[in-house]
Design a protein around this ligand. Structure first.
Ligand SMILES: [Zn+2]
Length: 957
């Protein structure tokens, strides 16, 4: 039993702290592991001033999970004594844990650390450094290596390995280590997700008894624990596109400050260890020749170290470099050799795990491999120091020259649309270190493209237009985020199409081949945020000023009003102000027709606060909130309208009912969907809500809420949670005025024929009357849940189930998707890919906006970009199709040729169904996806603001 190999202290701790259950004896003992003991002390001698983490913590590493305070105890001890270590504090997490950057190097390097930083920064900006000046600098500069651990807080072997790496680098006097530190500055991000880590280890240490059976409770994290994600349940290894989370912002800033040439991000838990070379596809903005070369060099370095132990590992499979929001691809787009390392032991596999061949894998095994990979990486980096530094500079040289070539050389953002969204986009780019300029004068660009496929021969832009030109050091990163579409390797696409074609020839019950899409294939920020933007194959010639922050001017405060205060509705800021006022109990009204007040015309959906119906505090409080939200408010001193029929006292003005919002949060709900909603409501909007379970909603508190939100999740889990009777009670609650809002899988639940909360049906699902051919299996068959919906990892025996949870978005679903063979498909691949829509990895389409509905208040445009993944909804014949897809050609991302275009046409990504006095609102996909997606935000907020009030009786549909 592996646990018996732990130190006596650890054993004592475990037995004292965890009384054995009476039934323990009936379990067979785990077979003895064949793993050869690993020597963490191979770099002896160690300076006697430093005690090992084992001594400080009181247990052998790998026999217990170390909490954050334990790590900080070790760190404080080393920081006080070491002349090789500098500790930088860089802010706190949402749960007030300190985030650190640790810098370890030879004392002589630390003595000139600021000079090293400055030199590395000059290498990353060739505009500051000539070729002649670069070479001597390169010869003298240590290589800078970034080692990061536990971005997924439940990948526990990474955190424990970090402690061993830290001790080795700080204390070892072995020549391998001292010589390495002469050549290298090691920058460690010791724990990228302390809040998630702490949730996991506190839970595991409390319940884990070291049982290896995959079905043991210690291998199944509860929904509310799931330590992979941070406080707001964001996957931080997807967040680098928008950098909405404090952990990302802080780590990115530190990375850009240290300019590492190598980045290794330590994860878990795969079947066997993974290190690069990476799988396809590779982001085309990378310097492919350089990436391939260095991933091979570092891969071979790790391989040599692993082969010495006879360990299993794999390369070039599963883990790609396409989506720019992973640390490996993100750091690569910033000139480093960016690598994901996946270890096998630990995490949800706990202290011990029984493999399918009955051998035992331990947390300690997982730590040993990460420790070995970390050290091997440093050795490879030191061995190739000069050449790697030279290539680092070359990356930025080529970035600038390539920015002056090709069809896409700049993106410009004229001062149009929602200023708040534009500000958000600018902030996201500034977090990336991207240089942004503002035009001081009007200018003209030729051959200007918008993001909806339109081209103009010339277009004039006003002064104040923001622009990003790609001939800058971070040009590659900027292009990866701003280009309308990101090209995938053709060989990769061909391979996926071949798999899909072969799948169409297989019977409905035959196993299907998994496709290899790891993540979404579209994220273009101007589309995701719906910010007006244009791109061109030339660069503007106009005087500019650099933009370092965007703080819009504060709006003028309104004078005290006699009759009413009015504010228009065109942006997120006004929705935020409306919700704040409603939740503070002010009587806010809306005009469902264009409003005339104070000699101005306001669009439908504009807001009115009538003084005679509100307390005297209104003026003071409104001034404060309007200033905070950045909303201009007009004071109205007469109800008389100079023209038109709708003034502040009109029949068309309705007092809004404050939303009392509940959100379902429990097993079966996607944590990331719930988290993105939580973050948006709490941090961006400042709106209160109550997370509850379905059971609570039905049994106890039905009447307390008038808005219920079902985040993305498993349709089947929702159906089971509500049950037949619960679904009837939910319908009754809607009829009496409740607004039910469903995302993704929850929308599929609502559209299921047995639930029937809407006249819409999922394309291809049972009950879809227009579906070709015989009915197929319902969409909520096992595996149809959204990513991470299940929360705890699966513990079956197929290889896919051992893959890192959450990163693989579609394959598990696809593997079980029933695709009916057709005679056509069987004979000719061109005849189409099956009779059902194949799930998309995530592509962006244009949707037509129905502007006659309250959900589209504040939208003046005819089209909105929409992100679609696996579900298309047939338009409702009984309700309102608020967004519809008329043009099936994607704006961005991968679609299945011969399949997607047929099925997505004439579907409705947003649907509203009136039920009695209430509403059911469906979003085909999560409208707040990863905190990246903002384009449907106000459609969602309108559900909160107007849903509880607007019904048939208001005469508005
Ligand atoms: Zn991970």
């Amino acid at each position: 039993m592996k646990i018996l190999k732990a130190s006596f202290t650890a054993l004592l701790c475990l037995f004292l702290l965890m009384p054995l259950p009476p039934s323990f004896a009936q379990f067979p003992s785990p077979p003895t592991t064949a793993t050869v003991a690993f020597d963490f002390r191979q770099f002896a001698p160690y300076a006697p001033d430093f005690v090992s983490p084992w001594t400080t913590l009181g247990y052998e590493i790998g026999s217990f999970h170390t909490n954050y305070a334990g790590f900080e105890r070790v760190l404080r001890d080393y920081a006080a004594r070491s002349d090789r270590l500098r500790v930088f504090e860089r802010g706190r997490t949402e749960e007030h844990r300190m985030l650190y950057t640790l810098v370890i190097s030879a004392p002589k390097n630390l003595a000139r650390l600021e000079a090293i930083k400055a030199d590395a920064s000059r290498l990353a900006d060739p505009r500051q450094l000539s070729d002649e000046a670069a070479e001597p600098l390169i010869q003298n500069l240590p290589i800078i290596v970034w080692l990061a651990y536990s971005i997924h807080g439940n990948e526990s072997a990474a955190f424990e390995a970090m402690l061993e790496v830290l001790y080795t680098l700080v204390a070892s006097q072995h020549p391998t280590i001292t010589e390495l530190l002469d050549q290298t500055v090691v920058v460690i991000n010791p724990c990228q997700n302390p809040d998630g880590h702490e949730r996991f280890v506190t839970w595991y240490n409390a319940v884990g008894i070291g049982r290896p059976e995959p079905f043991a409770i210690e291998h199944r994290e509860p929904w509310s624990i799931y330590g992979r994600l941070n406080h707001y349940l964001f996957d931080l290894n997807r967040d680098l596109v928008m950098a909405s989370q404090v952990e990302s912002q802080s780590a990115m800033q530190s990375f850009l400050e240290w300019h590492p040439q190598v980045c290794a991000d330590h994860h878990g838990q795969t079947v066997n260890y993974f290190f690069p070379p990476a799988a396809l596809p590779i982001n085309p903005n990378l310097d492919r020749g350089q990436s391939d070369k260095w991933l091979e060099v570092f891969g071979r370095g790790n391989a040599a170290a692993f082969d010495r132990h006879g360990w299993q590992y794999y390369v070039r499979d599963v883990f790609d470099l396409f989506y720019p929001g992973y640390w490996d691809s993100w750091s690569s787009l910033n000139g480093a050799t960016g690598m994901t390392y996946e270890t096998d032991g630990g995490g949800w596999k706990g202290l011990n795990w029984r493999r399918d061949d009955e051998s035992i894998l331990t947390l300690r095994d997982g730590i040993a491999r990460h420790f070995t990979a970390s050290l091997a990486t440093l050795q490879t980096a030191a061995a190739h120091r000069v050449e790697r530094l030279r290539d680092y500079r070359a990356f930025f040289v080529r970035s600038i020259t390539e920015g002056r070539q090709g069809p896409l050389q700049c993106v410009v953002f004229p001062p149009e649309g929602d200023a708040g969204r534009r500000q958000r986009l600018v902030e996201a780019l500034l977090h990336q270190g991207v240089e942004i300029q503002m035009a001081k004068a009007p200018f003209t660009l030729k051959a200007v493209h918008d993001y909806f496929g339109g081209v103009q021969p010339t277009r004039e832009f006003p002064a104040g237009t923001l622009m990003v030109t790609f001939d800058q050091p971070r040009g590659r990163m900027a292009r990866a985020l701003l280009e309308p579409d990101t090209r995938q390797d053709q060989a990769f696409i061909e391979r996926q199409l071949e798999k899909a074609r072969r799948n169409t020839k297989r019977g409905p019950n035959a196993p299907k081949e998994e496709t290899e899409f790891y993540d979404i294939t579209a994220w273009s920020l101007p589309l995701a945020l719906d910010v007006p933007a244009y791109w061109a194959g030339s660069r503007p010639t106009v005087q500019t000023t650099p933009v370092t922050s965007v703080v819009p001017p504060a709006p003028p405060l309104p004078p005290p009003a006699k009759t009413a205060y009015v504010f228009g509705y065109t942006s997120d800021a006004e929705a935020r102000l409306a919700l704040r006022l409603l939740q503070e109990g002010y009587r806010l009204a809306t005009a469902v027709r264009p409003l005339r007040a104070g000699e101005r015309t306001y669009p439908r959906g504009s807001f009115i606060l009538r003084t005679e119906r509100n307390p005297e505090t209104l003026h003071t409080r409104l001034s404060l909130l309007a200033g905070e939200c950045g909303v201009e408010v007009q004071a109205i001193n007469s109800a008389y309208t100079d023209t038109g029929i709708t003034g502040v006292g009109s029949e068309g003005v309705y007092t809004l009912r404050p939303p009392r919002i509940a959100v379902i949060a429990q097993e079966g709900v996607s944590q990331t969907s719930y988290g993105a909603l939580w973050f948006m409501l709490s941090r961006d909007i400042g709106t209160e809500f109550t997370p509850i379970t379905v059971e609570t909603f039905l049994d106890l508190r039905l009447s307390e809420f008038n808005v219920l939100i079902l985040p993305d999740g498993s349709p089947g889990a929702y159906r089971r949670a509500f049950g037949k009777e619960g679904i009837e009670r939910l319908k009754l609650w809607c009829r009496e005025g409740g607004t039910l809002i469903c995302f993704g899988g929850a929308a599929a639940f609502a559209a299921h024929k047995d639930v029937d909360l809407t006249g819409a049906r999922l394309v291809g699902e049972e009950g879809d009357a227009e579906k070709d051919g015989p009915a197929s299996a319902p969409a909520d068959k096992p595996g149809a849940a959204s990513d991470e919906a299940a929360g705890a990892p699966e513990t079956g025996s197929t290889p896919a189930r051992y893959r890192e949870q959450g990163r693989k978005k579609t394959t598990a679903r696809e593997s079980q998707k029933t695709v009916e063979p057709t005679a056509d498909a069987a004979t000719s691949p061109d005849a189409g890919l099956g009779k059902e829509p194949l799930p998309l990895p995530g592509a962006i389409f244009r949707a037509v906006v129905n502007r006659e509905h309250f959900l589209t208040f504040s939208h003046e445009q005819a089209e909105l970009p929409v992100l679609l993944t696996q579900r298309f909804f047939r338009p409702s014949k009984t309700g309102t199709n608020v967004l519809t897809i008329e043009n099936p050609k994607p704006l961005s991302g991968f679609v299945w040729e011969g399949n997607t275009e047929r099925f997505v046409r004439q579907t409705a990504p947003v649907i509203e169904e009136q039920i009695g006095a209430g509403h059911v609102i469906l979003f085909a996909d999560d409208p707040h996806y990863r905190g990246i997606w903002h384009a449907q935000r106000r459609l969602f907020l309108n559900g909160l603001i107007f849903g509880p009030t607007i019904t048939f009786s208001t005469g508005l549909r």
